[in-house]
Write a protein that binds this ligand. Sequence first.
Ligand code: GCV
Length: 690
Amino acid sequence: MKITILILIMMMFLPVLQAENGHNLWLGGVCTGPITIECSKSSTTIDLAKHELHKYWQGKENATISLQIKADLLIKGDGYKLTADGIQANTDLGILYGVYSLLRRQQTEENIKEEIVNPSYELRILDHWDNLNGSVERGYAGRSIFWHGGKDSLNISEQDKKLWQEYARADASIGINGTVLNNVNTSPLILTPNYLKKVEVIAKVLRPYGVKIYLSVNFASPSLIGGLKTADPLNPEVKKWWQDKAREIYHLIPDFGGFLVKANSEGQPGPQNFGRTHADGANMMADALKPYGGIVMWRAFVYNPSDEDRAKQAYSEFMPLDGQFRDNVIIQVKNGPIDFQPREPFSPLFGAMKKTSVMPELQVTQEYLGQSVHLVFLASMWEEFLKSDTYQAGHMSTVARCTDGSIYPQAHTAIAGVANTGRDTNWCGHPFAQANWYAFGRLAWNNRLTSAQIADEWLKLTFKPTISGDSTKQQKNQTEWDVKFLEPVKQMMLESREAAVNYMMPLGLHHIFSANDHYGPGPWWAPKGIRKDWTPPYYHQADTAGIGFDRTQTGSNAIKQYHEPLCSLFSNVKTCPEIYLLWFHHLPWDYKMKSGHNLWEEMCYHYEEGLQQVRKFQETWDRVKPYVDQEQFIIVQSKLRQQCLNAQVWKDACLLYFQQYSRMPIPYDIERPVHNLKDMIAKDMKSQHR
Ligand code: GCV
């Protein structure tokens, strides 16, 4: 009750505190008139739903809306039935999701017809890579919203609570129902009593919005903080330690969601340290959580510095374990086989395991896509991924259908996104990065949505002004806004991912970043002594004979991990989609492309196109100045300038570096590089020793 009152009081002040600084995200609607709500039930969540309706209603004035909790076999889980004047659901949360959906449809002027709306995934989770010291791994929007460093580590201020409440509201508005509060490279301290007390408070604030708490846990916790000599998952004392820990957690947080585990990966401990398998480790934890309904999300992001192609390793390690995991274990698999690159084919683990629950892990934070500087709308990439056909059970076995339970039943269905939030006023660093948070939530709810639809919604919710005046004038202004703002900006968003691929890594190139900050180009980057699979030359394999990673039978044979007909399609250079060409093939520089250009020329044209696309984005943005808040306009304008400079560097670095091997001229109809390769390499090497 106290929490509800606190939340309602805090919400009353929201509009006063938040000017046009982006803090309001996509939730800045205004109410157009009073309504009456009929609802026989009251609960914290239902009260929030009513409050949202009263405050943001944009339908008919004086309408009567009914909110009804009533079982209906066609309504599943968090789903709801929507009509223009009512919402029916199985649960209070279903009502809240229905309310957000109704308000969104009003604001975006979508036709509201009777419809049952069920989520694609049961669990729709944001993974925060937030460290307990307040930093955020691969975070580009300020410090952690959950953790402070130093002596303030465990402090909780009213400001913190307000931020968590706003965060939960934003999540709920797009259907996100879970959050992992800490980094997968995790400190064992998260499971100590003081930290768990703080987690309890966060859980209380997030609970009314249906956002469940999960924690990343360190597999070695029993020995690191529990005083045991081992963390061997088959050791009885270790099992008991996890069981006791689960009891302690559920005593504080009865609806705790479960654990996320990065084990035997990039230095994190895991069951293999004790000669056990991933299944042994995951099952031991799953057994500890089972009595309380908790789950284990066990990551398949594993690779060793061996001679085996890194792209093959997750599949090689996990496929033999199919069928050995408990039903409350979900294997969390990154969308591509390497690591959130600008473009990868889907990981062959999707559509492979038939007796294990598998969930996609997407990266909302733009680690490899220009961080908080580049405007890159990721929904296009996720749409491409979710629509990829795995052929698990014949044609149309898309990744979406393989993971949402449509093909093989899964005990749990889930999807996760690595969050891009921080304490920056606008949450995400770049104003357009908010669209990626929004898109993740919307796709987690409905994995069939198109990126165009999501961009359209987000732009209307975020930028559409309230248009007043008589109805003819209103119509005119509305049309003008659609033509002059909505359409060009949407077009820019929809092209932005392909532009990034073009100026960074076209034609299937991947992981050619400089050093570990994953921002600028570094096809040359290979310091002595570093593991080979952390260096770009391992991935691009450029030499005077050609470029690309041979993953066919003559190379690493990674193509074998895909079902037919994909395996043959990727394997044959003539049928391999050109977007994946250098992912699967090492080809001579003069290889003839479909366009008639040779491979070298084609690569040059892609880099040039990427740069020109960003130039065009600059122009698009400059033209929409009259329709955007000035503060937001200037921020985006200046970031686009930086993006353009970066695209130029990417183009020059890659073309001049690879030209040493192709030994062919850069086609004369494209702009000449403006940087010198030697200077770029020297600058890059220097910045790595700062
Ligand atoms: C959290 C990549 C990133 C790491 C990240 C890791 C992972 O390697 O660069 O920062 O660690 O993926 O997903 O575990």
